[in-house]
Design a protein around this ligand. Structure first.
Ligand code: FER
Length: 399
């Protein structure tokens, strides 16, 4: 007994400084708390703070002006100090079902919620996550009691670049034992993102598992590439080590990623049981990934039968490349009788800073008489929209 008491004291003293496994961390306040009436309470214990705020996309948006245009920025709410230095804010109205991100601002310092272990990295920002469920879409963001696919990280060799590069590959439930071949959807991230982006903010695994389990989407392999061609892997996952995360990477949107995309397709067809024909291949992505999908699919018109442009960064080339030359002529070839994709899908939020460019591109396709599906949603250049588009696009593939 005495031994245990001594051990406990020693352990507690040790953990006070080293916190091995955090066995004896301080009691946390409960935050966020989804209340019975679907209002949400945020709490932060900060006894010496003077001002505590919460900001997140659960609050009504405010407009901010930047050199790139007008953006929707999340609103800000004040927390009030109560007992024991615990600050608190409860939303005045119920919070609609959605996957939200938020941070606190304590005397000007932005922090994630220390009481909430669920955290997201979007480019170089960390946010806390709040999932309020209650509709069909948010149900697709959850890990439900359905058959699950498998997520792998696999490295391919880019002979073009002379480096090994990392891919995320989702294989649908049953892949390991079915012996079957599957269609492949290449799902691309935006600027500053990487091969992890669609898994985290995008909820791609959950969305695909649920859509497939409900019979809404065909079982498919989903390949999430790293579209930063100078980068081998997501920050911290490659030989570059724990590098600072930045959007300013070399060779961004200058044509190289598009040029050597067939290396990835070849690797996937060699490594997985794919249906290795155009009929069974889709490519889609958000923003820079939409731009990549547009350019890759028209550069290689015999490769993809389904193309998805989600808030695509149309007209944003940052270098000179053969890939970007003769855009209209290549589009004509892509939409020729021989090559025309079964689905060309354009989706954009009505306050996205890329809205006008997308309207111009849409008008061009209309003028040429090229068929496409158009989806417009509320809001701007945000993950909420990209999850909606994935959930809407995947069921249209390989039918
Ligand atoms: C630009 C606007 C948008 C640009 C890139 C983007 C290189 C990409 C945005 C994204 O992927 O979210 O002018 O220039």
């Amino acid at each position: 007994m005495k031994k245990i008491a001594i051990l406990t004291v020693v352990l507690m003293a040790a953990t006070a400084t080293f916190a091995q496994q955090n066995l004896f961390g301080p009691a946390q306040v409960k935050s966020p708390e989804i209340n019975a009436d679907k209002t949400v309470t945020f709490r932060l214990q900060a006894p010496k703070a003077v001002k505590v705020e919460v900001t997140g996309d659960f609050l009504p948006t405010q407009k901010i002006e930047t050199p790139f245009g007008t953006f929707d920025a999340p609103g800000v709410a004040q927390l009030k100090e109560g007992k024991d230095g615990v600050w608190e804010f409860t939303t005045p109205t119920p919070v609609a079902p959605e996957l939200y991100t938020y941070t606190f601002k304590v005397d000007g310092l932005t922090i994630i919620d220390p009481a909430n272990v669920y955290v997201n990295r979007d480019i170089n920002n960390l946010s806390s996550i709040l999932l309020v469920d209650g509709n069909e879409l948010t149900n697709h963001f959850k890990v439900n009691d359905v058959p699950h696919g498998t997520v792998s990280r696999i490295w391919y060799h880019s002979a073009h670049e002379g480096i090994d590069r990392r891919l995320t590959v989702y294989t649908p439930a049953g892949y390991e034992t079915s012996g079957k071949r599957y269609p492949v959807f290449y799902l691309l991230h935006g600027i500053g993102g990487d091969e992890e982006a669609w898994l985290t903010q995008g909820r791609a695994t959950q969305i695909l598992d649920n859509l497939i389990a409900e019979g809404k989407a065909e079982p498919m392999i989903v390949v999430m590439t790293n579209g930063n061609i100078s980068q081998r892997a997501a920050p911290g996952e490659g030989p570059e080590g724990m590098i600072p995360v930045t959007m300013q990477l070399p060779k961004t949107m200058e044509g190289t990623f598009e040029t050597c995309f067939p290396e990835i397709v070849k690797f996937i067809d060699k490594t997985y049981r794919t249906k290795a024909q155009k009929k069974y291949r889709a490519i889609g992505g958000l923003s820079m990934g939409g731009y990549h999908s547009c350019h890759i699919s028209k550069q290689y018109p015999e490769m993809f039968n389904y193309v998805g442009l989600f808030s695509a960064a149309i007209n944003r080339e940052s270098g000179v490349s053969e890939i970007y030359e003769n855009f209209d002529q290549k589009l004509d070839v892509q939409f020729s009788k021989k090559n025309r994709p079964a689905l060309y899908y354009i989706a954009i939020g009505n306050t996205d800073f890329l809205y006008k460019d997308n309207m111009e591109f849409k008008a061009k396709l209309e003028a040429k008489g090229y068929p496409f599906v158009y989806k417009e949603t509320d809001g701007g250049h945000i993950w909420r929209n990209w999850r909606i588009y994935l959930d809407d696009f995947a069921p249209r593939l390989f039918k």
